[in-house]
Design a protein around this ligand. Structure first.
Ligand code: SAH
Ligand code: SF4
Ligand code: F3S
Length: 510
Protein backbone atom coordinates (compact mmCIF):
# COMPACT_ATOMS: atom_id res chain seq x y z
CA UNK A 1 0.00 0.00 0.00
CA UNK A 2 1.19 3.51 -0.80
CA UNK A 3 0.26 6.11 1.78
CA UNK A 4 -0.71 9.19 -0.21
CA UNK A 5 -2.23 12.06 1.76
CA UNK A 6 -5.51 13.21 0.27
CA UNK A 7 -6.11 16.01 -2.16
CA UNK A 8 -3.59 14.92 -4.76
CA UNK A 9 -4.55 15.58 -8.32
CA UNK A 10 -3.46 12.24 -9.76
CA UNK A 11 -6.39 11.89 -12.12
CA UNK A 12 -4.38 12.46 -15.23
CA UNK A 13 -1.83 9.70 -14.45
CA UNK A 14 -2.07 7.04 -17.18
CA UNK A 15 -2.93 3.56 -15.91
CA UNK A 16 -0.81 1.77 -18.53
CA UNK A 17 2.93 1.15 -18.22
CA UNK A 18 5.45 2.44 -19.14
CA UNK A 19 3.37 5.59 -19.86
CA UNK A 20 2.50 5.91 -16.17
CA UNK A 21 6.13 5.99 -15.05
CA UNK A 22 7.13 8.36 -17.86
CA UNK A 23 4.35 10.63 -16.53
CA UNK A 24 5.78 10.45 -13.00
CA UNK A 25 9.30 11.17 -14.24
CA UNK A 26 7.96 14.48 -15.62
CA UNK A 27 5.98 15.20 -12.41
CA UNK A 28 9.11 14.60 -10.27
CA UNK A 29 11.09 16.96 -12.50
CA UNK A 30 8.43 19.68 -12.15
CA UNK A 31 8.17 19.24 -8.41
CA UNK A 32 11.93 19.37 -7.81
CA UNK A 33 12.24 22.42 -10.06
CA UNK A 34 9.29 24.24 -8.45
CA UNK A 35 10.67 23.71 -4.97
CA UNK A 36 14.07 25.02 -6.05
CA UNK A 37 15.76 21.75 -5.11
CA UNK A 38 16.90 21.11 -8.67
CA UNK A 39 17.93 23.98 -10.98
CA UNK A 40 20.17 24.29 -14.04
CA UNK A 41 23.07 25.21 -11.76
CA UNK A 42 22.27 22.84 -8.94
CA UNK A 43 21.79 19.17 -9.70
CA UNK A 44 20.67 16.62 -7.16
CA UNK A 45 22.86 13.55 -6.76
CA UNK A 46 22.05 9.85 -6.36
CA UNK A 47 23.95 6.79 -5.25
CA UNK A 48 22.93 3.14 -5.66
CA UNK A 49 24.62 0.31 -3.74
CA UNK A 50 23.87 -3.06 -5.26
CA UNK A 51 24.23 -6.40 -3.48
CA UNK A 52 23.77 -9.88 -4.92
CA UNK A 53 23.66 -11.27 -8.42
CA UNK A 54 23.58 -9.97 -11.99
CA UNK A 55 19.78 -9.67 -11.77
CA UNK A 56 20.13 -7.04 -9.11
CA UNK A 57 22.86 -5.21 -11.00
CA UNK A 58 20.61 -5.12 -14.03
CA UNK A 59 17.70 -3.81 -11.95
CA UNK A 60 20.00 -1.10 -10.59
CA UNK A 61 20.81 0.02 -14.15
CA UNK A 62 17.08 0.45 -14.69
CA UNK A 63 16.62 2.37 -11.43
CA UNK A 64 19.55 4.60 -12.41
CA UNK A 65 18.00 5.17 -15.84
CA UNK A 66 14.80 6.52 -14.29
CA UNK A 67 16.64 8.66 -11.72
CA UNK A 68 18.85 10.19 -14.42
CA UNK A 69 15.78 10.94 -16.53
CA UNK A 70 14.44 12.89 -13.58
CA UNK A 71 17.72 14.82 -13.51
CA UNK A 72 19.71 13.19 -10.72
CA UNK A 73 23.47 12.85 -11.24
CA UNK A 74 25.33 9.75 -10.18
CA UNK A 75 27.97 9.89 -7.44
CA UNK A 76 30.05 7.11 -5.97
CA UNK A 77 29.75 8.24 -2.36
CA UNK A 78 26.74 7.73 -0.12
CA UNK A 79 26.88 11.46 0.68
CA UNK A 80 24.20 11.99 -1.95
CA UNK A 81 20.70 13.51 -2.08
CA UNK A 82 19.15 10.13 -2.82
CA UNK A 83 20.65 6.80 -1.76
CA UNK A 84 19.22 3.43 -2.77
CA UNK A 85 20.21 0.01 -1.44
CA UNK A 86 19.31 -2.82 -3.79
CA UNK A 87 19.50 -5.82 -1.48
CA UNK A 88 20.14 -9.57 -1.70
CA UNK A 89 19.03 -12.26 0.72
CA UNK A 90 20.36 -15.46 -0.83
CA UNK A 91 22.70 -16.11 2.11
CA UNK A 92 22.77 -14.62 5.57
CA UNK A 93 25.99 -12.66 5.10
CA UNK A 94 24.41 -10.77 2.17
CA UNK A 95 21.72 -9.45 4.54
CA UNK A 96 24.19 -8.63 7.32
CA UNK A 97 26.22 -6.41 5.00
CA UNK A 98 23.12 -4.42 4.10
CA UNK A 99 22.35 -3.65 7.75
CA UNK A 100 25.86 -2.31 8.29
CA UNK A 101 25.50 0.10 5.40
CA UNK A 102 22.05 1.32 6.43
CA UNK A 103 23.39 2.24 9.86
CA UNK A 104 26.15 4.24 8.17
CA UNK A 105 23.87 6.14 5.78
CA UNK A 106 21.45 6.92 8.63
CA UNK A 107 24.26 8.78 10.35
CA UNK A 108 25.07 10.79 7.23
CA UNK A 109 21.40 11.77 6.90
CA UNK A 110 21.16 12.83 10.52
CA UNK A 111 24.42 14.77 10.67
CA UNK A 112 24.79 16.19 7.17
CA UNK A 113 21.64 16.16 5.06
CA UNK A 114 18.24 15.67 6.78
CA UNK A 115 16.38 16.08 3.49
CA UNK A 116 18.24 13.17 1.95
CA UNK A 117 16.02 10.43 0.46
CA UNK A 118 16.93 6.90 1.55
CA UNK A 119 15.38 3.96 -0.28
CA UNK A 120 15.73 0.25 0.15
CA UNK A 121 14.61 -2.31 -2.39
CA UNK A 122 15.48 -5.71 -3.85
CA UNK A 123 15.13 -9.29 -2.70
CA UNK A 124 15.35 -8.70 1.06
CA UNK A 125 12.33 -6.42 0.88
CA UNK A 126 10.19 -9.27 -0.47
CA UNK A 127 10.43 -10.82 3.00
CA UNK A 128 7.72 -9.34 5.25
CA UNK A 129 9.84 -9.83 8.41
CA UNK A 130 12.66 -7.77 6.93
CA UNK A 131 10.28 -4.95 5.99
CA UNK A 132 8.93 -4.92 9.56
CA UNK A 133 12.47 -4.77 10.92
CA UNK A 134 13.34 -1.83 8.65
CA UNK A 135 10.18 0.03 9.64
CA UNK A 136 10.77 -0.50 13.35
CA UNK A 137 14.50 0.02 13.65
CA UNK A 138 15.35 2.40 10.82
CA UNK A 139 12.68 5.09 10.78
CA UNK A 140 14.89 7.33 8.62
CA UNK A 141 14.26 5.09 5.59
CA UNK A 142 11.89 6.96 3.25
CA UNK A 143 11.02 4.45 0.54
CA UNK A 144 10.72 0.66 0.68
CA UNK A 145 9.84 -1.38 -2.37
CA UNK A 146 10.45 -4.89 -3.69
CA UNK A 147 11.66 -6.72 -6.79
CA UNK A 148 8.28 -6.84 -8.55
CA UNK A 149 7.68 -3.10 -8.68
CA UNK A 150 11.12 -1.53 -8.95
CA UNK A 151 9.99 -0.09 -12.30
CA UNK A 152 7.77 2.21 -10.17
CA UNK A 153 10.62 4.22 -8.63
CA UNK A 154 9.48 7.50 -10.23
CA UNK A 155 5.94 7.09 -8.86
CA UNK A 156 7.20 6.19 -5.39
CA UNK A 157 9.60 9.13 -5.32
CA UNK A 158 6.83 11.47 -6.44
CA UNK A 159 4.59 10.17 -3.65
CA UNK A 160 7.34 10.79 -1.10
CA UNK A 161 7.96 14.33 -2.36
CA UNK A 162 4.23 15.09 -2.17
CA UNK A 163 4.05 13.58 1.31
CA UNK A 164 6.92 15.80 2.42
CA UNK A 165 5.12 18.84 1.00
CA UNK A 166 1.95 17.92 2.86
CA UNK A 167 3.94 17.50 6.07
CA UNK A 168 5.10 21.13 5.89
CA UNK A 169 1.46 22.09 6.57
CA UNK A 170 0.66 19.23 8.88
CA UNK A 171 3.74 18.08 10.84
CA UNK A 172 1.96 15.06 12.30
CA UNK A 173 1.79 13.34 8.88
CA UNK A 174 4.01 10.38 8.14
CA UNK A 175 5.92 10.67 4.87
CA UNK A 176 7.46 7.28 4.22
CA UNK A 177 6.34 5.21 1.26
CA UNK A 178 6.15 1.43 1.54
CA UNK A 179 5.06 -0.50 -1.52
CA UNK A 180 5.96 -4.17 -1.80
CA UNK A 181 4.06 -6.35 -4.23
CA UNK A 182 3.71 -10.02 -3.30
CA UNK A 183 3.60 -11.30 -6.87
CA UNK A 184 4.77 -9.97 -10.20
CA UNK A 185 2.28 -8.40 -12.58
CA UNK A 186 3.54 -8.56 -16.18
CA UNK A 187 6.84 -7.32 -17.51
CA UNK A 188 7.27 -3.58 -18.03
CA UNK A 189 9.34 -2.79 -21.13
CA UNK A 190 10.79 0.45 -22.47
CA UNK A 191 11.72 2.51 -19.45
CA UNK A 192 15.01 4.42 -19.56
CA UNK A 193 18.15 2.44 -18.62
CA UNK A 194 21.58 3.70 -17.63
CA UNK A 195 24.02 1.05 -18.79
CA UNK A 196 27.09 0.70 -16.56
CA UNK A 197 29.30 -0.17 -19.50
CA UNK A 198 29.46 1.10 -23.07
CA UNK A 199 30.58 -2.21 -24.56
CA UNK A 200 29.11 -4.92 -22.32
CA UNK A 201 25.50 -5.32 -21.23
CA UNK A 202 23.33 -7.72 -19.28
CA UNK A 203 20.01 -8.55 -20.93
CA UNK A 204 17.17 -10.16 -18.96
CA UNK A 205 15.55 -12.95 -20.89
CA UNK A 206 13.43 -14.20 -18.01
CA UNK A 207 12.51 -13.31 -14.46
CA UNK A 208 11.76 -15.41 -11.38
CA UNK A 209 12.26 -19.12 -10.79
CA UNK A 210 9.94 -22.13 -10.50
CA UNK A 211 12.47 -24.69 -9.35
CA UNK A 212 12.21 -24.39 -5.59
CA UNK A 213 15.56 -25.98 -4.73
CA UNK A 214 14.96 -26.71 -1.05
CA UNK A 215 17.76 -24.43 0.24
CA UNK A 216 16.96 -21.43 -1.95
CA UNK A 217 15.00 -18.26 -1.19
CA UNK A 218 15.07 -16.90 -4.77
CA UNK A 219 11.69 -18.34 -5.93
CA UNK A 220 10.03 -16.67 -2.93
CA UNK A 221 11.56 -13.25 -3.48
CA UNK A 222 11.66 -13.18 -7.28
CA UNK A 223 8.32 -14.85 -7.96
CA UNK A 224 7.24 -17.27 -10.68
CA UNK A 225 9.20 -17.78 -13.85
CA UNK A 226 8.28 -15.34 -16.65
CA UNK A 227 10.02 -15.20 -20.02
CA UNK A 228 10.29 -12.02 -22.05
CA UNK A 229 8.96 -12.14 -25.60
CA UNK A 230 11.74 -12.94 -28.04
CA UNK A 231 10.91 -9.86 -30.17
CA UNK A 232 11.51 -7.59 -27.15
CA UNK A 233 14.85 -9.30 -26.40
CA UNK A 234 15.97 -9.12 -30.03
CA UNK A 235 14.98 -5.46 -30.23
CA UNK A 236 16.99 -4.67 -27.10
CA UNK A 237 20.08 -6.53 -28.35
CA UNK A 238 19.87 -4.83 -31.76
CA UNK A 239 19.66 -1.48 -30.03
CA UNK A 240 22.68 -2.33 -27.87
CA UNK A 241 24.65 -3.41 -30.96
CA UNK A 242 23.83 -0.14 -32.69
CA UNK A 243 25.29 1.69 -29.69
CA UNK A 244 28.57 -0.22 -29.96
CA UNK A 245 28.00 -2.93 -27.35
CA UNK A 246 30.18 -5.93 -28.19
CA UNK A 247 29.32 -8.45 -25.47
CA UNK A 248 25.97 -9.37 -24.00
CA UNK A 249 25.20 -11.56 -21.02
CA UNK A 250 21.74 -13.15 -21.16
CA UNK A 251 20.32 -13.31 -17.67
CA UNK A 252 17.87 -15.64 -15.96
CA UNK A 253 17.81 -17.96 -12.94
CA UNK A 254 17.38 -20.88 -15.31
CA UNK A 255 17.97 -19.71 -18.88
CA UNK A 256 17.60 -23.26 -20.20
CA UNK A 257 13.87 -23.21 -19.55
CA UNK A 258 13.41 -19.93 -21.47
CA UNK A 259 10.16 -19.78 -23.45
CA UNK A 260 7.91 -21.65 -21.03
CA UNK A 261 4.51 -19.96 -20.83
CA UNK A 262 5.01 -17.72 -23.89
CA UNK A 263 2.48 -17.71 -26.75
CA UNK A 264 5.29 -18.22 -29.24
CA UNK A 265 6.97 -21.59 -29.65
CA UNK A 266 10.57 -20.88 -28.74
CA UNK A 267 13.40 -22.49 -26.76
CA UNK A 268 16.57 -21.04 -25.29
CA UNK A 269 18.61 -22.71 -28.04
CA UNK A 270 16.42 -21.08 -30.72
CA UNK A 271 16.68 -17.68 -29.03
CA UNK A 272 20.48 -17.96 -28.86
CA UNK A 273 20.57 -18.93 -32.52
CA UNK A 274 18.65 -15.77 -33.44
CA UNK A 275 20.68 -13.48 -31.19
CA UNK A 276 23.98 -14.79 -32.49
CA UNK A 277 23.09 -13.48 -35.95
CA UNK A 278 22.75 -9.88 -34.78
CA UNK A 279 25.48 -7.81 -36.45
CA UNK A 280 27.94 -6.08 -34.14
CA UNK A 281 27.51 -8.44 -31.19
CA UNK A 282 30.82 -10.24 -30.93
CA UNK A 283 30.26 -12.26 -27.79
CA UNK A 284 27.24 -13.81 -26.10
CA UNK A 285 27.32 -15.28 -22.62
CA UNK A 286 24.47 -16.51 -20.49
CA UNK A 287 23.78 -17.49 -16.93
CA UNK A 288 22.56 -19.52 -15.20
CA UNK A 289 22.08 -22.93 -16.81
CA UNK A 290 20.27 -25.51 -14.75
CA UNK A 291 21.63 -28.98 -15.57
CA UNK A 292 18.16 -30.55 -15.63
CA UNK A 293 17.09 -28.40 -18.59
CA UNK A 294 20.28 -28.30 -20.67
CA UNK A 295 19.28 -29.56 -24.13
CA UNK A 296 21.25 -31.16 -26.96
CA UNK A 297 20.02 -28.30 -29.14
CA UNK A 298 21.76 -25.82 -26.86
CA UNK A 299 25.04 -27.74 -27.10
CA UNK A 300 24.67 -27.83 -30.86
CA UNK A 301 24.03 -24.05 -31.16
CA UNK A 302 26.96 -23.31 -28.86
CA UNK A 303 29.32 -25.40 -30.92
CA UNK A 304 28.08 -23.99 -34.26
CA UNK A 305 28.08 -20.29 -33.45
CA UNK A 306 31.38 -18.49 -33.01
CA UNK A 307 29.90 -15.54 -31.14
CA UNK A 308 28.66 -17.73 -28.29
CA UNK A 309 31.43 -17.96 -25.70
CA UNK A 310 32.84 -21.38 -25.04
CA UNK A 311 31.97 -21.05 -21.40
CA UNK A 312 29.11 -22.46 -19.40
CA UNK A 313 28.21 -21.85 -15.78
CA UNK A 314 26.58 -25.10 -14.70
CA UNK A 315 25.88 -25.24 -10.96
CA UNK A 316 26.55 -28.69 -9.51
CA UNK A 317 25.56 -27.84 -5.89
CA UNK A 318 26.55 -31.34 -4.72
CA UNK A 319 28.15 -34.46 -6.16
CA UNK A 320 25.95 -36.78 -4.12
CA UNK A 321 22.79 -38.02 -5.85
CA UNK A 322 21.24 -38.56 -2.44
CA UNK A 323 21.73 -34.91 -1.51
CA UNK A 324 20.76 -33.66 -4.97
CA UNK A 325 17.42 -35.36 -4.44
CA UNK A 326 16.99 -33.67 -1.08
CA UNK A 327 17.91 -30.38 -2.73
CA UNK A 328 15.16 -30.96 -5.33
CA UNK A 329 17.62 -30.50 -8.18
CA UNK A 330 16.15 -33.19 -10.50
CA UNK A 331 19.44 -34.67 -11.71
CA UNK A 332 21.91 -37.22 -10.39
CA UNK A 333 25.67 -37.20 -10.19
CA UNK A 334 25.70 -39.44 -13.29
CA UNK A 335 23.38 -37.10 -15.23
CA UNK A 336 25.72 -34.21 -14.46
CA UNK A 337 28.81 -36.12 -15.58
CA UNK A 338 27.04 -37.23 -18.77
CA UNK A 339 26.21 -33.60 -19.56
CA UNK A 340 29.81 -32.53 -19.02
CA UNK A 341 30.89 -35.38 -21.32
CA UNK A 342 28.53 -34.16 -24.06
CA UNK A 343 29.68 -30.54 -23.70
CA UNK A 344 33.35 -31.52 -23.89
CA UNK A 345 32.78 -33.88 -26.82
CA UNK A 346 31.15 -31.04 -28.79
CA UNK A 347 33.56 -28.33 -27.59
CA UNK A 348 36.85 -29.68 -26.22
CA UNK A 349 38.00 -26.17 -25.24
CA UNK A 350 34.84 -25.22 -23.29
CA UNK A 351 35.35 -23.64 -19.85
CA UNK A 352 32.99 -25.08 -17.24
CA UNK A 353 32.35 -23.21 -14.02
CA UNK A 354 30.02 -24.09 -11.19
CA UNK A 355 28.41 -23.35 -7.82
CA UNK A 356 28.78 -25.75 -4.89
CA UNK A 357 27.14 -25.71 -1.48
CA UNK A 358 28.99 -27.24 1.47
CA UNK A 359 27.15 -28.34 4.61
CA UNK A 360 23.64 -28.85 3.25
CA UNK A 361 21.56 -30.46 6.05
CA UNK A 362 22.37 -34.14 6.39
CA UNK A 363 25.60 -33.92 4.34
CA UNK A 364 27.81 -36.82 5.45
CA UNK A 365 31.52 -37.30 4.89
CA UNK A 366 30.54 -39.79 2.16
CA UNK A 367 28.33 -37.24 0.39
CA UNK A 368 31.06 -34.64 0.61
CA UNK A 369 33.67 -37.04 -0.80
CA UNK A 370 31.38 -37.59 -3.77
CA UNK A 371 31.36 -33.83 -4.35
CA UNK A 372 35.17 -33.81 -4.28
CA UNK A 373 35.25 -36.75 -6.71
CA UNK A 374 32.97 -35.01 -9.19
CA UNK A 375 35.14 -31.88 -8.93
CA UNK A 376 38.21 -33.91 -9.69
CA UNK A 377 36.55 -35.69 -12.58
CA UNK A 378 35.10 -32.57 -14.18
CA UNK A 379 38.14 -30.38 -13.46
CA UNK A 380 36.19 -27.12 -13.19
CA UNK A 381 37.69 -23.90 -14.54
CA UNK A 382 36.39 -22.20 -11.44
CA UNK A 383 33.78 -22.71 -8.75
CA UNK A 384 31.83 -20.43 -6.48
CA UNK A 385 31.77 -22.33 -3.23
CA UNK A 386 29.21 -21.48 -0.57
CA UNK A 387 28.69 -22.55 2.99
CA UNK A 388 25.05 -23.60 3.39
CA UNK A 389 23.03 -20.77 4.89
CA UNK A 390 19.68 -21.45 6.50
CA UNK A 391 16.96 -19.29 4.90
CA UNK A 392 13.73 -18.92 6.84
CA UNK A 393 10.76 -20.19 4.87
CA UNK A 394 12.68 -22.65 2.71
CA UNK A 395 12.06 -26.38 3.25
CA UNK A 396 15.72 -27.13 4.08
CA UNK A 397 15.64 -24.72 7.03
CA UNK A 398 13.47 -27.28 8.82
CA UNK A 399 15.50 -30.34 7.77
CA UNK A 400 17.08 -32.31 10.60
CA UNK A 401 20.85 -32.86 10.88
CA UNK A 402 22.14 -29.37 10.22
CA UNK A 403 25.91 -29.90 9.89
CA UNK A 404 28.08 -28.48 12.72
CA UNK A 405 30.07 -25.38 11.79
CA UNK A 406 33.55 -26.83 12.40
CA UNK A 407 32.89 -29.77 10.10
CA UNK A 408 31.53 -27.47 7.39
CA UNK A 409 34.60 -25.21 7.60
CA UNK A 410 36.95 -28.16 7.36
CA UNK A 411 35.11 -29.53 4.29
CA UNK A 412 34.98 -26.09 2.72
CA UNK A 413 38.78 -25.76 2.93
CA UNK A 414 39.29 -29.19 1.38
CA UNK A 415 36.96 -28.28 -1.47
CA UNK A 416 38.76 -24.98 -2.10
CA UNK A 417 42.05 -26.84 -2.54
CA UNK A 418 40.63 -29.23 -5.14
CA UNK A 419 38.98 -26.41 -7.08
CA UNK A 420 42.07 -24.18 -6.95
CA UNK A 421 44.12 -27.02 -8.36
CA UNK A 422 41.85 -27.67 -11.36
CA UNK A 423 41.36 -23.94 -12.07
CA UNK A 424 45.10 -23.35 -12.19
CA UNK A 425 45.73 -26.47 -14.28
CA UNK A 426 43.06 -25.49 -16.84
CA UNK A 427 44.11 -21.86 -16.97
CA UNK A 428 47.74 -22.75 -17.67
CA UNK A 429 46.75 -24.65 -20.83
CA UNK A 430 46.42 -21.35 -22.70
CA UNK A 431 50.02 -20.24 -22.08
CA UNK A 432 51.79 -19.71 -25.41
CA UNK A 433 48.51 -19.39 -27.34
CA UNK A 434 46.98 -16.35 -29.11
CA UNK A 435 43.46 -15.60 -27.94
CA UNK A 436 40.70 -13.06 -28.55
CA UNK A 437 40.29 -10.57 -25.74
CA UNK A 438 37.66 -7.90 -25.12
CA UNK A 439 39.58 -4.93 -23.69
CA UNK A 440 37.67 -3.82 -20.61
CA UNK A 441 39.66 -1.22 -18.76
CA UNK A 442 42.80 0.88 -18.49
CA UNK A 443 44.98 -0.33 -15.64
CA UNK A 444 45.59 -3.73 -14.19
CA UNK A 445 42.28 -4.36 -12.50
CA UNK A 446 41.52 -7.82 -11.18
CA UNK A 447 37.82 -7.02 -11.33
CA UNK A 448 37.83 -5.95 -14.97
CA UNK A 449 34.96 -3.74 -16.07
CA UNK A 450 35.03 -0.03 -16.55
CA UNK A 451 35.65 2.66 -13.98
CA UNK A 452 32.58 3.05 -11.86
CA UNK A 453 31.50 6.22 -13.63
CA UNK A 454 31.02 4.11 -16.75
CA UNK A 455 34.03 5.52 -18.53
CA UNK A 456 37.65 4.52 -18.61
CA UNK A 457 40.05 6.64 -16.56
CA UNK A 458 41.48 9.58 -18.51
CA UNK A 459 45.15 9.23 -19.26
CA UNK A 460 45.19 12.25 -21.53
CA UNK A 461 46.56 10.91 -24.80
CA UNK A 462 46.53 7.59 -26.55
CA UNK A 463 49.93 6.46 -25.33
CA UNK A 464 50.64 2.82 -24.66
CA UNK A 465 49.45 1.93 -21.19
CA UNK A 466 48.44 -1.02 -18.99
CA UNK A 467 45.18 -2.66 -20.13
CA UNK A 468 42.95 -5.42 -18.79
CA UNK A 469 40.80 -7.60 -21.02
CA UNK A 470 38.61 -10.68 -20.76
CA UNK A 471 39.05 -13.97 -22.58
CA UNK A 472 36.19 -16.11 -23.84
CA UNK A 473 36.73 -18.39 -20.81
CA UNK A 474 35.89 -15.40 -18.58
CA UNK A 475 39.42 -14.98 -17.16
CA UNK A 476 41.27 -11.66 -17.27
CA UNK A 477 44.58 -10.83 -18.94
CA UNK A 478 46.86 -7.86 -18.32
CA UNK A 479 48.85 -6.48 -21.25
CA UNK A 480 50.17 -3.24 -22.75
CA UNK A 481 48.28 -1.35 -25.44
CA UNK A 482 46.70 1.95 -26.42
CA UNK A 483 43.79 3.06 -24.31
CA UNK A 484 41.70 3.60 -27.46
CA UNK A 485 41.48 -0.20 -27.59
CA UNK A 486 39.08 -0.25 -24.63
CA UNK A 487 35.83 -1.78 -25.86
CA UNK A 488 37.53 -3.52 -28.79
CA UNK A 489 38.27 -7.17 -29.37
CA UNK A 490 42.01 -7.74 -29.92
CA UNK A 491 44.33 -10.71 -30.30
CA UNK A 492 46.63 -11.25 -27.31
CA UNK A 493 49.49 -13.71 -26.83
CA UNK A 494 49.30 -15.39 -23.42
CA UNK A 495 52.80 -15.20 -21.88
CA UNK A 496 52.19 -16.33 -18.35
CA UNK A 497 49.45 -17.77 -16.17
CA UNK A 498 49.04 -16.45 -12.62
CA UNK A 499 46.54 -19.17 -11.63
CA UNK A 500 43.39 -17.10 -12.02
CA UNK A 501 44.55 -14.39 -14.44
CA UNK A 502 47.12 -14.00 -17.20
CA UNK A 503 49.94 -11.73 -18.35
CA UNK A 504 50.07 -11.30 -22.11
CA UNK A 505 51.17 -9.15 -25.03
CA UNK A 506 49.23 -7.68 -27.94
CA UNK A 507 49.82 -9.61 -31.11
CA UNK A 508 50.13 -6.40 -33.18
CA UNK A 509 51.36 -3.37 -31.22
CA UNK A 510 51.59 -0.46 -33.65
N1 SAH B 1 19.58 -19.85 -10.32
C1 SAH B 1 20.90 -20.17 -10.12
C2 SAH B 1 21.50 -19.74 -8.82
C3 SAH B 1 21.06 -18.56 -8.08
S1 SAH B 1 21.68 -18.38 -6.47
C4 SAH B 1 21.03 -21.68 -10.22
O1 SAH B 1 20.13 -22.40 -9.99
O2 SAH B 1 22.10 -22.10 -10.48
C5 SAH B 1 23.41 -18.61 -6.70
C6 SAH B 1 23.99 -19.71 -5.91
O3 SAH B 1 23.87 -19.45 -4.53
C7 SAH B 1 23.34 -21.07 -6.08
O4 SAH B 1 23.77 -21.73 -7.22
C8 SAH B 1 23.76 -21.79 -4.82
O5 SAH B 1 24.98 -22.46 -5.00
C9 SAH B 1 23.95 -20.66 -3.82
N2 SAH B 1 22.91 -20.68 -2.80
C10 SAH B 1 21.59 -20.46 -2.96
N3 SAH B 1 20.96 -20.57 -1.77
C11 SAH B 1 21.91 -20.87 -0.85
C12 SAH B 1 21.89 -21.12 0.56
N4 SAH B 1 20.76 -21.10 1.24
N5 SAH B 1 23.07 -21.38 1.18
C13 SAH B 1 24.22 -21.40 0.48
N6 SAH B 1 24.30 -21.19 -0.83
C14 SAH B 1 23.16 -20.93 -1.50
FE1 SF4 C 1 17.46 -21.05 -6.49
FE2 SF4 C 1 17.30 -23.42 -7.60
FE3 SF4 C 1 15.96 -21.38 -8.66
FE4 SF4 C 1 18.59 -21.44 -8.83
S1 SF4 C 1 17.18 -22.90 -9.78
S2 SF4 C 1 17.35 -19.70 -8.25
S3 SF4 C 1 19.21 -22.39 -6.92
S4 SF4 C 1 15.61 -22.32 -6.68
FE1 F3S D 1 20.40 -12.32 -4.21
FE2 F3S D 1 18.08 -11.82 -5.24
FE3 F3S D 1 20.09 -12.44 -6.80
S1 F3S D 1 18.45 -12.98 -3.40
S2 F3S D 1 21.36 -13.75 -5.53
S3 F3S D 1 19.95 -10.65 -5.56
S4 F3S D 1 17.96 -12.96 -7.13
Amino acid sequence: MVNVPGNLDLIEAPTKEPERQLFYIERCKELLAASGQMTDEKKLTYHISTFGCQMNFRDSEKLAGVLESIGYERVESEKADLVLYNTCTVRENASTRVYGRIGYVGKIKKEKNPSMVIGICGCMMQEPDEVEKMKKSYSFIDIIFGTHNSYKIAELLYTLLMNRKAKEKNPSLKTHVIDVQKEATGIVEDLPVRYDSTFRAGVNIMYGCDNFCTYCIVPYVRGRERSRKSCDIIREVEELASRGVKEIMLLGQNVNSYGKGLDEDITFAALLDKLSDIKGIKRIRFMTSHPKDLSDDLISVMSRKETICRHIHLPLQSGSSRLLKKMNRHYTREDYLTLVGKLRAAMPDIAITTDIIVGFPGETEEDFKETLEVCEEVSFDSAFTFIYSKRTGTPAAAFPDQVPEDIVKERFDRLLKVVAHSSAANASKLVGKDVDVLVETVGHSLEGGEASDGRTPETGDDAVTALTGRLGNNLLVHFEGRKSLVGEIVRVHIDECKDFYYLGSLCVLD
